[in-house]
Design a protein around this ligand. Structure first.
Ligand code: ATP
Ligand code: MG
Length: 522
């Protein structure tokens, strides 16, 4: 009978005393209830959960660093700094004897390998892995469960996770914590705080389970695209590891060693039957998948595999070869053209950093008419960016003469400043020097004569202040074929600390004041 089944489940487990007495109570209740009654059903269901959890069961951590490094290297190309951070983290754990009580946060644009690195961390440690997304989660009950009085009540995700993995110390990955919702149904963020906080999660109380469960041995790994929307209290408890996106050479290696073999294997097509030349692969990266991560690249390669499979079946060819010449048969016309950088009078390439990674940010200034003075601004700019456009305008007004333009140019010029790709909201102060340069280029009637990108905040007095995301921005510049960049002097260290492969072939000018920028540009 049920009572015996439940008792049998507990054999060999170290059930905490308080939990055991609850189980005994419920078992007593079950044995006097009518088998067909609704109450029997709910009690039985409750006991089912209580006895299905792995009380006191843990797996042994493998804190063997060479092995861990091997796992990380096997699954991921590049990402050297990320791997180093993880190894350091494990080394610390090896001395402490465990890695519980820490929370890692992997932050970076889509498709850079956050989920996949999380999996490897679990594998390196020899721990079970469980992953779920908290993105869009609006109901606290999804994390903390429903009270049992509620019809169809269920425990929350944490209890479900522990049941599923059958140990108390898995790696639990919480995906998209920057996209967690808020609503009238309680606040999932504060529920999550309870789960993650080592002070509180030793005796985590799920509403349904109604007995305390120790989550302190769980290693939590969170992922996010951006830090902005993560509640401060959560952020403070996490160790951030940043994944910033790949340059073309890295994508090539990732595709060759991981994505392509994986796709062929999944399709069960022998390697020699589809031959993707290295030229074609490069063209896929350049022309069809310009993104920080490799998700789009993976999709395009998948399309090639599908189309090639059709060709193999419809003809009696032994193999299909994909070259630069016939790539369009597989993928259609390229989505990106080779030379994407805009040039002209009043046009400047800025560098932006968003949750999608780094990006080039073209900025255009144009004289609309000469009837009055003033300027307008378009391109869906946030408040901070509008302010920095105002600063750029004021600064330019006062210093035109200094920069070789007619000092009265703006007296009879209504100027329009636009930041294209109007559908994407943009914000931040880092386009200050770029907007100023666009205005001066307009006043001088002189275009920038070479591919050059810049980023830096400008103050009213012409100081250039530091900006964030140097690494992401350099990656974005390289992706667009720009190898000359102006950065704020105060970001010099950030730049110098970048790995050599990102600095190779780059000319970087550091600017302290706007004069330094002008000297490089004009
Ligand atoms: P999202 O924010 O959209 O969830 P993500 O950062 O979690 O993205 P993943 O799903 O981990 O991205 O990665 C996308 C794909 O690219 C996976 O198939 C992953 O294995 C592969 N990949 C990403 N980076 C690397 C790398 N450095 N080496 C090998 N494969 C990689
Ligand atoms: Mg992911």
């Amino acid at each position: 009978n049920d009572v015996d089944t439940f008792r049998a489940r507990l054999e060999g487990l170290t059930v905490p005393e308080r939990v055991m007495s609850r189980i005994d109570e419920e078992l007593d209740k079950l044995s006097v209830l009518e088998t067909g009654s609704p109450e029997y059903g709910t009690t039985r269901n409750y006991l089912d959960w209580l006895t299905a959890l792995p009380w006191g069961v843990t797996s042994d951590d493998q804190l063997d660093l060479p092995r861990a490094r091997k796992v990380l290297d096997r699954d991921h190309d590049g990402l050297e700094e990320v791997k180093d951070r993880i190894i350091e983290f494990l080394a610390e754990g090896a001395f402490k004897g465990d890695v519980g009580g820490s929370i890692l946060l992997l932050v970076g644009p889509p498709g850079v390998g956050k989920t996949s690195v999380g999996r490897s961390i679990a594998e390196a440690l020899g721990r079970k892995f469980y992953r779920f997304s908290v993105g869009g989660m609006r109901d606290e009950a999804e994390i903390k469960g429903h009270r049992r009085t509620y019809i169809g009540a269920m425990p929350g995700k944490m209890v479900q996770a522990i049941k599923e993995v059958e140990v108390e110390n898995p790696v639990i990955m919480l995906d998209e914590i920057d996209k967690m919702g808020q609503s009238f149904q309680g606040d999932p963020a504060s529920a999550l705080l309870e789960v993650l906080d080592p002070e509180q999660n030793v005796d985590f109380l799920d509403h349904y389970l109604d007995v305390r469960l120790d989550l302190s041995k769980v290693l939590f790994v969170c992922t996010a695209n951006t830090l902005d929307s993560i509640p401060r209290a959560l952020l403070d408890r996490m160790e951030q590891i940043r994944l910033s996106g790949y340059i073309a050479e890295e994508k090539y290696a990732i595709a060759k060693h991981h994505l392509w073999p994986k796709l062929l294997k999944r399709a069960n097509i022998p390697k020699k039957r589809i031959n993707l030349t290295s030229g074609a692969l490069k063209q896929v990266i350049e022309g069809y998948a310009r993104e920080a991560g490799v998700r789009q690249l993976e999709k395009q390669l998948h399309r090639i595999v599908r189309k090639a499979a059709v060709k193999l079946l419809e003809s009696d060819q032994e193999s299909v070869k994909i070259t630069v010449g016939n790539l369009e048969e597989f993928l259609g016309a390229p989505l990106f053209r080779k030379e994407e950088v805009l040039q002209g009078v009043g046009v400047v390439t800025g560098l932006a950093w968003t949750s999608m990674g780094g990006a080039t940010l073209p900025i255009e200034a144009n004289k609309v008419h000469a009837l009055d003075r003033g300027f307008k601004l378009t391109g869906k700019l946030g408040d901070v960016m509008q302010e920095s456009a105002n600063i750029a305008y004021s600064y330019t007004l006062g210093h035109l003469g200094e920069y070789g333009a007619d000092a009265d140019f703006f007296n009879e010029a209504f100027v329009h400043l636009h930041v294209p790709e109007g559908a994407t909201p943009k914000d931040g102060p880092s386009a200050g020097i770029s907007m100023t340069t666009a205005l001066i280029s307009l006043a001088r009637n002189q275009a920038i004569d070479r591919p050059l990108a810049m980023t830096g905040e400008l103050t009213l007095t012409g100081q250039v202040l530091p900006i964030g995301g140097v690494r992401e921005k350099i990656i974005a510049a390289r992706r667009s074929g720009i190898f000359e960049v102006i950065l704020p002097e105060a970001n010099k260290r950030d730049y110098e600390e970048l790995p050599d492969f990102l600095k190779k072939g780059m000319t970087v000018h550091f600017a302290k004041r706007y004069q330094d920028v002008a000297k490089v540009v004009f």
